[in-house]
Design a protein around this ligand. Sequence first.
Ligand SMILES: Cc1ncc(COP(=O)(O)O)c(C=O)c1O
Length: 345
Amino acid sequence: MDDNFYRIRRLPPYVFAEVNAMKAAARARGEDVIDLGMGNPDGAPPKHVIDKLAEVAAKPTAHRYSASRGIPGLRKAQAAYYQRRFNVTLDPDKEVIVCLGSKEGLANLAQAITAPGDVVLAPNPSYPIHSFGFIIAGASVRSIPAAPGDDFFERLSNAMRFTVPRPKVLVIGYPSNPTAYVADLPFYERLVAFARENDLIVISDLAYAEIYFGDTPTPSILQVEGAKDVAVEFTSLSKTYSMAGWRIGFAVGNARLIDALGRVKSYLDYGAFTPIQAAACAALNGPQDIIDFNRNLYRSVAMCWSKASAAPAGPSRRPRHRCSPGCRSPSASTIWARWNSRRSC
Ligand SMILES: Cc1ncc(COP(=O)(O)O)c(C=O)c1O
């Protein structure tokens, strides 16, 4: 068999799969492994969410194929979340889609909007699907800085002026994994203006929307007027509600991009299991105590890491906890640490 598969040739082994294999091997040797590799929330979702899952799963009618775009109640619940959290109004029918985790949505949006040879701009370093979703889809990826400072816009302008063909899509994600950079509203305002001027699609990954450690809640790019003309944003229940294994995420924003994603998904999936979608509604609509609980938990983990990193043999970079462009607010699960170098903050 010719196993020289085109797409597989473009993909190195997935970083977390490699780390998991190393971890398993170390454990098999009897070593005690502290896993800092992959952000995998290990808490439980709230009880009312589990109860709703069990209640709906007990109904004989709940086991059919579900709705690929998400059940209407869940799309409404996500629109309500954007309204109360960001003061952003969304049409649940046209501007919201449910994904099987934001990772699936990011990958299938890349499939939906990319032609072979398109150029996509993605941060370096970034969460793997930001670039590899597009690489799988046949695009070329050019790097832009992960830090949302002035250098970001300079490099972005240069990329637009000097890259052939002209970049079509920009991927960003703040709070960032793995760098923990955060962005503020003025950054998004400047970015939306740039994207509108340059006919650039912006994909914002807001998976860590609720994991901020300063006084200012993480903003959404959709808070900027006109952002819906150019942008789509992904969020996730994985970190916010400790529901990583449930695979529920969302894309919201530009109706044409949501529609394109919906078209591809309609060929590929029948939506998440209906009881999971019903329980996701309960998470978004019910008591929200878990959000503060998780934020405080991750903050204490970050502080603990920060203290540990002061030890001579430990990593050098301490997290800062203010939200301003270029500053780092360690996201829940990933701490970007540089080993064996001088402390810089
Ligand atoms: C930045 C970022 N985006 C997206 C994801 C994927 O999240 P989900 O569980 O919604 O697929 C992760 C998971 O760690 C992440 O770190």
